[in-house]
Design a protein. Structure first.
Length: 258
């Protein structure tokens, strides 16, 4: 059976295994099972929700900057980040809730991304357009590489991306904890050659997670996972895209600063 390094997609795998019986017992009515087209449509809807809330906080942040209130949207960033994290955990552990929690997650992440993007834009004009373009270009390139077989998702690939992703998350967690004590860990915020190399590495790993998402969703759809898993699959893709976008912002900011 296929496996994924994405914790959310591990839940998808378990659900698919539980839902499926022998091959001759699979549901024939495709309206009742997960499809790739359905997942793509729901991913597009989640992106629209995230963009809508991001546009609202972007406008609010820019108005605040113009009036000299740089912290106007700080509460919204924390609401988006903390709320999004809680909703993401709920979605991972209860994927059947995803038709409700996935749109909520998209809205919350949009709140944070809009304000964060405005902060980057204020310091580096034009960086947001570049980051958005780079994110979607990477999405298209990874999809093409996956569909043409240039990237083959096998057990070795999954393990490498799993350990790399886990290492990055632990490093970020360490940085966050130490940050409360005024200690700044190296590489994450540094704009020198090593800092740029670190951000480039993180961007590559985030992009590779897209291949895992594509592979798992394709196979889960073929196996006939429940219809609500389209929302769950869209949620996992959105999580990866949000991560990739934020890392693109960080990388481009370091390149501009350098």
């Amino acid at each position: 059976m296929f496996r994924s390094s994405n914790p959310a997609l591990k839940t998808l795998e378990q659900t698919a295994q539980i839902s499926l019986g022998p091959r001759d017992e699979l549901v024939v009515d495709r309206s009742q099972v997960m499809t790739i087209d359905g997942t793509v449509n729901k991913t597009g809807l989640l992106l629209l929700i995230a963009i809508a809330t991001a546009a609202w906080t972007w406008q609010k942040a820019m108005t605040g900057f113009a009036m000299g209130d740089a912290a106007a949207t700080t509460p919204l960033i924390w609401v988006g980040l903390i709320g999004g994290f809680i909703v993401a955990l709920a979605t991972i552990f209860k994927p059947e809730w995803s038709p409700i929690t996935a749109p909520l997650y998209a809205a919350l992440e949009g709140l944070a991304m809009g304000a964060i993007s405005a902060m980057f834009e204020l310091k580096f004009p034009g960086i947001v357009v570049s980051a958005v373009g780079a994110t979607f270009a990477t999405l298209g390139a990874m999809l093409l590489a996956y569909k043409t077989g240039l990237i083959k998702v096998n057990d070795t690939f999954r393990k490498v991306i799993f350990y790399a992703t886990g290492g990055i998350m632990l490093y970020y967690l360490l940085a966050m904890v130490l940050g409360f004590f005024g200690v700044q860990v190296p590489l994450i915020h540094e704009s020198g050659p090593l800092g740029i190399a670190f951000s480039l590495f993180v961007v590559v790993i985030a992009a590779m997670n897209l291949a895992l998402d594509f592979d798992f969703i394709e196979k889960a759809s073929a196996q006939g996972a429940p219809k609500y898993m389209e929302w769950f699959g869209a949620f996992t893709l959105l999580m990866t895209l949000v991560w990739l976008y934020l890392e693109m912002l960080r990388l481009l900011a370091k390149l501009r600063d350098e």
